[in-house]
Design a protein around this ligand. Sequence first.
Ligand code: COA
Length: 201
Amino acid sequence: MSSETPHAAEGLDAYEVALKDERSAVIRGATIADAAQQLTVERETHTLGKGTMQLLEELSQSVEEQERAIDRFIAGQWAGLEGASIVAEVDGELAGEVNLKRFPLARLRHNARLGLGVSPKFQALGIGRALMEAAIRWARMTQEHEDPGVTRIDLSHIGGNDRAHALYESLGFRQVGVHTNKVRDPDGTLRTDVDMELLLD
Ligand SMILES: CC(C)(COP(=O)(O)OP(=O)(O)OC[C@H]1O[C@@H](n2cnc3c(N)ncnc32)[C@H](O)[C@@H]1OP(=O)(O)O)[C@@H](O)C(=O)NCCC(=O)NCCS
């Protein structure tokens, strides 16, 4: 973390949340040391039907590649509030992650794009909701240090991902568009993509 910009880390301080199975998760900012486990989470979370947009071969192919990706991300995260990579850890194991990326253009800087994934074995325990709440908290934190900071979060999910849609709606996101046939699987199956946004005061 850069000493000149301590404010950037504030929204990523570690804290614990209780899960539905009596265990707890630590919610904290990602570090380079998380690369290998992050890769595992992304591979395990990968489902062609409704979940992740990338194909399996489009995820990092090695821990080193993932480290480079996190390094770029974290450099921006600590240094300039450019985005955040937040993870959930359960009993020392990485269970899920949420990533927020800001747009570099001045007129778009108040927007952040969100991506979320929880490993199947840790799903339905409250981790997805906890990570979303952490992401929204981080966005609000940017407002304390910049004018305007992040005042809009957007995301998209593949049509039929009802669990994700309900989670986002319960947090105040609203559907703003449906793109018919935007997603094409390798076997030719065409799927809709649903855009959602959250406007923060
Ligand atoms: C969508 C996803 C992130 C949700 O994470 P999660 O940790 O399972 O979610 P939570 O346990 O916090 O549950 C969130 C809500 O989903 C619903 N939910 C959870 N488990 C469910 C289940 N088995 N069946 C139906 N609904 C369920 C509940 O309504 C819950 O709301 P509640 O907090 O009021 O109980 C996770 O399923 C996932 O990673 N899926 C694959 C990748 C993906 O779809 N990512 C999002 C793409 S945009």
